[in-house]
Design a protein around this ligand. Structure first.
Ligand SMILES: *[C@@H]1O[C@H](CO)[C@@H](O)[C@H](O)[C@H]1NC(C)=O
Ligand SMILES: *[C@@H]1O[C@H](CO)[C@@H](O)[C@H](O)[C@H]1NC(C)=O
Ligand SMILES: *[C@@H]1O[C@H](CO)[C@@H](O)[C@H](O)[C@H]1NC(C)=O
Ligand SMILES: *[C@@H]1O[C@H](CO)[C@@H](O)[C@H](O)[C@H]1NC(C)=O
Ligand SMILES: *[C@@H]1O[C@H](CO)[C@@H](O)[C@H](O)[C@H]1NC(C)=O
Ligand SMILES: *[C@@H]1O[C@H](CO)[C@@H](O)[C@H](O)[C@H]1NC(C)=O
Ligand SMILES: *[C@@H]1O[C@H](CO)[C@@H](O)[C@H](O)[C@H]1NC(C)=O
Ligand SMILES: *[C@@H]1O[C@H](CO)[C@@H](O)[C@H](O)[C@H]1NC(C)=O
Length: 485
């Protein structure tokens, strides 16, 4: 690539995105020029619209195969792609492959429509995005399984589906809606309960921050309140720009600018919690060495100055570890990038599409409405306004609430009625608040990992991993073995 702009791909994914496979949420300039290791990709001719028999248009959906462990009569494992480019690193390692090896499984991973290279329409205009929904994605899985099953002679095998985060929900919903195709599901860190307003996210962040240093949430709150105070005077904007390594001098001309800056800053911090001490490094994600413990140790270090100074030190430490050159904190620029509806546009890897799914299906908006958390400055109006500014002025709180209600009506939310589904959840992870945390029946089961974060059970093992992981993996494997026998 010839120019610097091309090297600095920008991923824009909203706060605390429900993302596991691939890159984490970022609205920072980050150097992604290092190409991932090539793995043979395959393409599947997929229907554009599964819910209109008169529409015969098709497109090419990307998938990956690993047949190394296949045994005669063994099961098929299907990893479900999510709201970002499918990362072929999952075809080389990860917990599911260790299960595949023991159970003689044939492994497939299907990229989610509208993400990565799986592009059903020529652009990302709102009119095209009407083909983007979890229901279409589930029907993609069904058509894919049916045709590829026939082609490869795997139709009669037992198909087990896997996914983490939003794809975890898809795994559970695929088993729910297509029980004749999906034999069982492992739904890791799956948010099953769609909600417009999700203030519990930051409540769990507060609880998790206290795990090593009990004073951490309060010091964080004092620091954040100081930042909010500094924001009242334009004279401080240059200092704030420097402290938080903003790409451009801070400008606040509207409530949206104000909320956007505070949300962006919050996101840097909460990502440390969501992914605390996990093994995303195997996917090429940086910054894993910054944990809650590291962050809160800095927050407790009085020799670094005031709580505000320590917050600045934390943010700079995180940005450095992530190789993030600077942070984009301007709402108008964010909107311009998110409105770009071309493939190859700055938010086309997933940011635009995922926001669309939250505005039309899930909500999941992580507001600062609760008093039991350290942050402030962004409420539900701020998120709904994004739906309006980026997609269409027809969005408002009632349209989003109506869409979210429809989602829960369709899938059943936390009252999912199914069988042979296991729901692993790390209790450090803020997303567990929308997941299944109790056993619903003898074979719809919750596995709780006390000291683990988002999707932690899915990553390859490491010696220094949270202590609850080995037992959780063993329990999941025991269930799969039992269900397959
Ligand atoms: C991005 O990384 C590549 C390879 O590591 C390096 O050559 C390039 O200079 C980096 N670009 C920036 C803007 O840091
Ligand atoms: C399949 O997975 C195994 C185990 O991780 C790995 O050694 C092998 O290279 C993978 N094969 C392909 C085709 O990706
Ligand atoms: C603190 O952090 C470490 C990891 O750095 C972890 O092993 C430990 O369980 C945490 N919790 C407490 C209460 O110390
Ligand atoms: C506190 O910060 C100072 C200055 O960076 C550092 O030298 C010291 O080791 C830190 N203390 C702890 C307990 O981390
Ligand atoms: C984290 O790792 C990066 C290298 O990936 C290193 O530059 C940084 O100093 C480390 N930070 C801490 C706090 O360990
Ligand atoms: C959200 O915050 C803005 C700015 O403080 C305020 O004007 C608006 O009324 C708030 N909306 C809700 C639903 O609380
Ligand atoms: C929300 O938008 C819908 C459709 O665009 C409209 O019919 C409705 O009156 C709006 N509701 C509110 C409360 O603004
Ligand atoms: C659900 O049942 C499984 C298997 O019996 C058990 O391992 C697990 O701890 C139970 N989960 C909860 C949340 O009680």
């Amino acid at each position: 690539m010839s120019d610097m702009a091309a090297l600095q791909l920008l991923l824009v994914i909203s706060l605390g995105s429900a993302f596991c496979q691939g890159f984490t949420s970022v609205r920072f300039n980050r150097n992604l020029s290092a190409a991932p290791e090539p793995v043979a990709e395959r393409w599947f001719l997929q229907r554009l619209d599964h819910f209109n028999g008169a529409d015969s248009r098709v497109w090419r959906q990307r998938y990956f195969v690993n047949d190394t462990f296949m045994q005669p009569g063994g099961p098929v494992f299907l990893m479900i792609g999510g709201e970002g480019e499918a990362n072929p690193a999952w075809m080389k390692s990860g917990t599911w492959l260790t299960f595949a090896e023991k159970l003689g499984a044939f492994c497939l991973m299907l990229e989610h429509r509208f993400y990565g290279q799986s592009r059903p329409t020529p652009d990302l205009k709102v009119d095209s995005l009407r083909f983007l929904s979890s229901r279409q994605a589930l029907a993609d899985l069904a058509h894919f399984q049916t045709i590829v099953g026939l082609d490869l002679g795997l139709s009669d095998r037992k198909w087990l589906v896997f996914g983490g985060s939003y794809p975890g929900s898809l795994a559970a919903w695929y088993r729910l809606k297509y029980p004749h195709l999906a034999y069982a599901a492992v739904a890791s860190s799956a948010p099953l309960n769609a909600v417009v307003n999700f203030p519990e996210y930051l409540e769990v962040v507060q609880t998790s921050l206290a795990q090593n240093h009990s004073a951490c949430p309060n010091t964080m709150k004092v620091a954040f309140d100081s930042l909010v105070q500094l924001l009242q005077y334009k004279d401080n904007f240059e200092k704030i720009t420097e402290d938080f390594k903003l790409c451009k001098v801070l400008r606040i001309k509207s409530v949206m600018d104000y909320s956007y800056f505070l949300e962006t800053t919050t996101e840097i911090l909460v990502n440390v919690v969501q992914y605390n001490n996990d093994n995303r490094a195997f996917e090429g994600v940086k910054g894993g060495n910054i944990t809650i413990e590291v962050m809160c140790r800095i927050m407790a270090n009085e020799s670094l100055g005031s709580p505000y100074d320590r917050l600045v030190a934390v943010v700079q430490t995180i940005l450095e570890a992530n190789d993030q050159l600077c942070t984009k904190a301007e709402y108008t620029e964010f909107v311009t990038e998110m409105r770009d509806n071309r493939w190859g546009g700055p938010a086309s890897e997933g940011g635009r599409q995922w926001l669309y799914q939250t505005c039309t299906e899930f909500g999941f908006f992580q507001t600062t409405d609760s008093v039991s958390q350290p942050f402030s400055g962004f409420n539900i109006s701020y998120f709904i306004q994004q739906c309006r500014d980026i997609f269409a002025s027809s969005f408002n709180l009632s349209t989003v609430a109506n869409a979210v209600q429809q989602t829960d009506e369709y899938y059943g939310g936390l009252k999912i009625q199914s069988s042979r589904i296991v729901f692993p959840n790390g209790l450090i992870d803020p997303w567990h608040a929308l997941g299944i945390n109790t056993n619903l029946s003898s074979d719809v089961l919750a596995i709780q990992m006390q000291d683990a974060a988002h999707c932690a059970d899915m990553y390859p093992e490491r010696p220094e991993e949270p202590s609850s992981l080995p037992a959780a993996r063993r329990e999941i494997f025991k269930l799969l073995t039992k269900w397959l026998s």
